[in-house]
Design a protein around this ligand. Structure first.
Ligand SMILES: Nc1nc2c(ncn2[C@@H]2O[C@H](COP(=O)(O)OP(=O)(O)OP(=O)(O)O)[C@@H](O)[C@H]2O)c(=O)[nH]1
Ligand SMILES: [Mg+2]
Length: 309
């Protein structure tokens, strides 16, 4: 699993083969996104959820998505230390993920890493992302169940609204409920949710003290309930299809970008560019022709290894 996730991080060419082989094994993991401002308690909550899920005998993966921000360096180190107690548990896999060479960035790499964990048979995968930055918010929003965390005394609901994470939640949590201002934070959150597009919401607002585990069983129950209702209504399939659409587009864009890098010499581009410069064509028509000329590699050209079973 670790080596496959590394291939994803590096945007390896081998992914083409790997993903083809993994595809039939996927579709069983429930992906829980946990997002919120820095320091709100995402890792502590993840850790507490892990304990509950393990107590139920479920296998759990954790992907801590690193937006390569200098702020997270220490926190990620902290996460590893905090989650140490799970380090020897074979039912748990924890990974901080970067997107070193991945052309599609976070948006393409995270769902592919999720595919790896899905195929490996994890029942639940928790994706922790900081709720700042557009691609982090997109990553969080594409989970099967999105948990948005706020904490008292940080003007957090307002911050969350500004960052665009207020609309994406399925379950809301006021963490650090042991601190002053938890009531205010919950009221503020209800108020902001009422104002958010879609009007008054049925989405639950819970309270937790992740540091002690208080309320975390309730959070898990809310996640279970969201999953169950998603299965009933077809929402879960719709969301997974939406996530797949994002993946397909990200991979296609990455392929185009890669083709683009090879376009500068000795390709149709020289001829098309000459036509545009001379007024015989225009950039849109030329781009259409260029794309039409980028026929995908025939399937037979993709080496499919035979895997001993
Ligand atoms: N009082 C109190 N402190 C908490 C609670 N949950 C987490 N903390 C503390 O808040 C700090 C930040 O917690 P993290 O879990 O690292 O927060 P995070 O959201 O993962 O942080 P980043 O990954 O850096 O964005 C730590 O010192 C935790 O011990 C809580 O329920 N109550
Ligand atoms: Mg964290």
């Amino acid at each position: 699993v670790a080596r496959l996730v590394s291939l994803v991080e590096d945007g390896s060419d081998q992914l083409r083969e790997v993903m083809a082989l993994l595809a039939p094994l996927t579709g069983h993991t429930h992906v829980v996104g946990i997002t919120g401002a820095p320091g709100v308690g995402k890792s502590t909550t993840t850790d507490a959820l892990l304990r509950c899920l393990r107590a139920r005998g479920q296998r759990v993966g954790v992907l801590a998505v690193d937006p390569s921000s200098p702020f997270t360096g220490g926190a990620l180190l902290g996460d590893r230390v905090r989650m140490q107690e799970h380090a020897t548990d074979p039912g748990v896999y924890i990974r901080s993920m970067a997107t070193r060479g991945h052309l599609g960035g976070l948006a393409a790499a995270t769902p592919q890493a999720l595919r790896v964990l899905d195929a490996a048979g994890f029942d639940v995968v928790v994706v922790e992302t900081v709720g700042v930055g557009q691609s982090e918010v997109e990553v969080a929003a594409s989970a099967d169940t999105v948990v948005v965390l706020v904490a008292p005394g940080m003007g957090d609901a307002v911050q969350a609204a500004k960052a665009g994470i207020l609309e994406i939640g399925d379950v809301y949590v006021v963490n650090k409920a042991d601190r002053d201002g938890a009531d205010l934070a919950a009221r503020e959150l209800h108020h902001m949710l009422g104002l958010a597009p879609g009007g008054p919401t049925q989405r639950p607002v819970l309270r937790t003290v992740a540091a002690t585990g208080e309320g975390v069983e309730g959070l898990l129950a809310a996640i279970d309930e969201h999953r169950a209702s998603g299965l009933r209504t077809g929402q879960l399939t719709a969301r997974r299809t939406e996530r797949a659409a994002g993946e397909v587009v990200a991979v296609a864009m990455a392929m185009l970008a890669r083709h683009g890098q090879g376009l500068d010499r000795g390709s149709d581009l020289d001829r098309l560019a000459a036509d545009v410069a001379a007024g015989r064509s225009d950039p849109y028509r030329a781009a259409d022709e260029l794309l039409a000329g980028l026929a995908p590699a025939p399937v037979s050209a993709v080496a499919m290894p035979t895997v001993p079973r």
